[in-house]
Write a protein that binds this ligand. Structure first.
Ligand SMILES: Cc1cc2nc3c(=O)[nH]c(=O)nc-3n(C[C@H](O)[C@H](O)[C@H](O)COP(=O)(O)O)c2cc1C
Length: 185
């Protein structure tokens, strides 16, 4: 069994990136257990708070990352970079300030994203590279998934209706799952 964890970097109910993550779950091939993680409920990072006790939402996401063979970030793009709420969540989860192990170290991760504009989160994805480099994660660069013009890919209920995007998403998930398969690593 290959365990994948997907995390959306948006808190919006009608988020295109959360919709993309939801669309990915049933596209995972057989033998893949795909968990959906959330950044909802994660407070602003504060080392004083962390020293006292790790917030519940952070603890859960940390455990999910630690249990995963691979993590996929479904990242929006804000001001040509990643959204602050998402960076904040990853800062919490990757923190080893209190002596806890860095759960991202050596862990496979991949980047995906969609935006209403023409570039499909390319600059946000690039900005994440430095973060995960610092965390010592294992970047999978086998494929890139940047889906522009998000408004035309989903219906009003957030269902991925664009056939080409669906195919690209399925092939992305399949290839990353293959890379993360503990039997072949
Ligand atoms: C503060 C802010 C900055 C944004 N900057 C960008 C940007 O640089 N590039 C881009 O493609 N979209 C940008 N957008 C538009 C987002 O891509 C769009 O709101 C998208 O729907 C956010 O992702 P979500 O649907 O998953 O919440 C920005 C939106 C906000 C609120």
């Amino acid at each position: 069994m290959t365990k994948l964890l997907g995390i959306s970097g948006s808190l919006r109910k009608a988020s295109f990136n959360t919709a993309l993550l939801r669309a990915a779950v049933p596209l995972a091939p057989e033998g893949v257990d795909f968990t959906v993680g959330t950044i909802d409920g994660i407070p602003l990072y504060n080392a004083d708070v962390e020293k006292e006790s790790v917030p519940e939402a952070v603890r859960i996401l940390k455990e999910q990352v630690a249990a995963a063979d691979g993590v996929i970030l479904f990242t929006p793009e804000y001001n040509n970079s990643m959204p602050g709420v998402f960076k904040n969540a990853i800062d919490w989860v990757g923190s080893s300030m209190t002596g806890a192990p860095n759960v991202f170290a050596g862990r496979a991760f991949a980047l995906a994203g969609t935006s209403p504009g023409n570039f499909g989160t390319i600059l946000s994805q690039n900005a994440w590279l430095a973060v995960f480099h610092t965390l010592g994660a294992d970047l999978w660069s086998g494929k890139r998934l940047m889906l522009p013009k998000a408004s035309s890919l989903f219906d009003a209920d957030g269902k991925l209706i664009d056939e080409d995007a669906r195919k690209r998403l399925a092939s992305f998930i399949e290839a990353f799952a293959d890379y993360c398969n503990p039997a072949s690593r």
